[in-house]
Write a protein that binds this ligand. Structure first.
Ligand SMILES: C[S@@+](CC[C@H](N)C(=O)[O-])C[C@H]1O[C@@H](n2cnc3c(N)ncnc32)[C@H](O)[C@@H]1O
Length: 371
């Protein structure tokens, strides 16, 4: 029951609420029913449709138990709430909700959870001129990967092959004590997770997106996570690839998720990476590495992306490799197919493959990594 209450509080996708195991052993006491009612009442303020779904499921499951002979009582207040919520309809796609994403990295220790709170339009694929009004699965996957590597649980749960260990070590080096810039941050999920969970390990984090509405919304998502735009640890700025300049400061590492969603945006994305890694800026130095999570929705789009990566490799600007994929995850023991989840990330079944590309700047012989 506790975990159910937690899931409701964190507003996870409805399909993943684990009703059966929550009420399997004992009929919830009146006190527990009351707790559920109070959580549902809080949820209903933002998303009455979601609240209706929860309470309806709960009542139906318990009524079934009563029919099977359980004589425990159901609080009338639950029926009253359900009756009140019955007319509620699914949120308009542009409406916002606040979602709590539980990002657990260590498989053994529940206290490791970090909940990232995001106000977003979860049902909006594209609208108001951007695709960044909701959090995309590539953001969750990239964050979970970086989280597992940074807290060392990748070694515990992944394969212990030497080559993998080397990759994990190099990923750690790219983040610890480094300034990180996120491209196309959308709701800001990746950066917020990194700051919340590993803020003390990072030097600085710069959130960027080309869309000014998203940039304006960032302060509210930062506040939901006890972070502030005024913090010295972070910056939020508009960066439209190929149009706005990169920040005039040293950036070591770029991260981005689901920014390769359409072939039309790839040339500008490649241009900004090229600028970051090849521009001879003696004052600020060059970006060393980029971690880009891409969802493989369309083979043609991904071919275009990889062709651009190849061009950069041939021009000796960078090398690139795929370091992780949901298809054959190195970092996770469990597989998507068997659990419908990649450990603790919850995805709808059938989400397309997500890959993490690592793009490393070629360091010429007479240069150091600091150049
Ligand atoms: C599919 S969304 C991904 C958002 C977020 N990274 C996530 O995974 O949830 C793509 C993001 O890239 C941004 N974007 C698209 N084209 C851009 C460009 N040319 N310059 C800067 N940002 C761009 C959009 O505004 C949007 O926020």
């Amino acid at each position: 029951m506790d975990s159910l209450i937690r899931q409701i509080r964190q507003r996870v996708p409805m399909g993943s609420l684990d009703w059966n195991s929550a009420i399997e052993n004992a009929f919830p006491s009146l006190e527990e029913q009351n707790l559920l009612l109070s959580e549902v009442t809080k949820c209903a303020k933002l998303n009455p449709f979601y609240a209706k779904h929860i309470i309806k499921n709960f009542v139906e499951k318990l009524e079934r138990r009563q029919r099977d002979g359980d004589e425990s009582g159901l609080d009338d207040a639950l029926y009253e709430k359900l009756y009140e919520l019955l007319p509620s309809k699914a949120l308009d796609p542009t409406a916002t909700d606040i979602l709590g994403y539980t990002m657990k990295t260590s498989t053994e220790n529940c206290k490791d959870d970090a909940v990232v709170w995001i106000r977003e339009s979860p049902r909006l694929i594209s609208g108001m001129g951007t695709t960044g009004m909701r959090t995309w699965e590539a953001s969750l996957f990239l964050s979970q990967y970086l989280g597992m590597v940074l807290d060392g649980s990748s070694e515990k749960s992944g394969l212990s092959e030497e080559s993998n260990r080397k990759i994990f070590e190099s990923v750690r080096d790219d983040f610890v004590g480094k300034t990180v810039l996120e491209l196309g941050c959308g709701t800001g999920f990746v950066g917020i997770y990194m700051l919340k969970r590993f803020g003390s390990q990072l030097k600085h984090l710069i959130f960027t997106d080309g869309d000014t509405q998203l940039i304006d919304r960032m302060s509210s998502n930062l506040n939901l996570n006890d972070l502030s735009v005024d913090s010295k640890k972070l910056q939020v700025r508009k960066l439209w690839w190929g149009e706005d300049d990169l920040p005039m400061q040293r950036v070591d590492t770029i991260v981005a998720a689901d920014v390769t969603y359409d072939a039309s945006v790839i040339p500008d994305l490649a241009e900004v990476l090229d600028e970051a890694m090849s521009q001879d800026n003696k004052v600020y130095g060059r970006v060393n590495v980029a971690y880009i999570a891409a969802t493989i929705r369309n083979e043609v789009t991904i071919k275009t992306w990889e062709e651009y990566l190849e061009m950069g490799r041939q021009d000796k600007i960078w090398t690139w490799e795929i370091i992780e994929s949901t298809k054959d995850p190195v970092c996770w023991k469990t597989s998507l197919q068997s659990t419908n989840q990649l450990d603790n990330i919850w995805y709808p079944v059938g989400v397309a493959e997500i890959r993490i590309y690592k793009i490393s700047r070629v360091v010429e012989r007479n240069m150091t990594i600091e150049d």
